[in-house]
Design a protein around this ligand. Sequence first.
Ligand code: BMA
Length: 348
Amino acid sequence: MNTADTTVADPRELFRRHPRNPILTSADFPRMVNATFNPGAIEHDDETLLLVRVEQRTGLSYLAVATSADGRSGWRLDRDRVMQPALDSDDECWGIEDPRITRLDGEYLITYTGFSRSGPLVCLASTTDFHTFERRGVMMAPEDKDAALFPTRFDGRYAMIHRPSPAMAELGCHIWLSWSPDLRHWGDSQVLLPARQGGWWDARKVGLGPPPLATPEGWLICYHGVRTTASGSIYRLGLALLDLDDPRVLVCRGDEWVFGPYAPYERNGDVPDVVFPCGWILHDDGDTLDLYYGAADSVTCLATASLTELLDHLRTHPGPIGGRTARERRPTPPRTGSIRPPAPRERP
Ligand code: BMA
């Protein structure tokens, strides 16, 4: 291992850190803030747009827009392009965090965590320009977070991945999938990707990273897995694939983590040993995938991978799905009168 290069853990790593990481820090903000991390990402107006979580020196977070022509440098922060929490509401009284952006039906849908009086919950906002944001309300009651919408509907219904937390922490925090006809009423919920058990890197807690990405082999999922150690938690990233037409079916889940804290800015910060992506952008070549992530709950970073290599990796590193096989995980067919299973997806 080359200990002199702090950006390359091992040349065989699938994700390569940008040499100028961190690409955004609190020093880039005109006003003093504590940290900027866990960004959502999307292409908008021929630019890369990040919606970064900005933690103020009050401890509460808001969301700020940062744009760049190449997605790597020259980030512009516009004082007026921000989404502030509704501090007078129960839902967001302690800030808003960790946005994921999905383009659907001509608008951008932003799922984010509201820090409510009863803990984290899942909220929705929409925008067409990232100048003004319309609040669409709470979608999942507390405790729930790490939510993102699919960029398509299935048989007319919206699908959302999210992560409720059980009151009994020893049961583990698993990733769920829920359905809605209108983005307000959610149901038909099921565990999609459970935390594994015992010695696994993703044994205690898992949560979705960026929104699902349509690939020829299925919906690519990047999720964080949390390992608790004697000196704290380690947040690492793994991959899984869902069936393109029926995302309830977990087709494959990798065994190893594919990205973890290594560089100093990931190992040191407010919360050490955390990499936490909320957005990724696939380039026009259909292969270059830019992953935008928060490091150590302090700064915003970029790592790049080849989609082909990620899919190859999943093919060659299949792991246990979490105790049950994909077939067993498929819900029993609905009885007469209940909601129909999703039909083939409408292509994004
Ligand atoms: C998660 C979220 C993230 C945070 C991570 C590590 O539960 O709250 O916002 O980055 O923990 O602290």
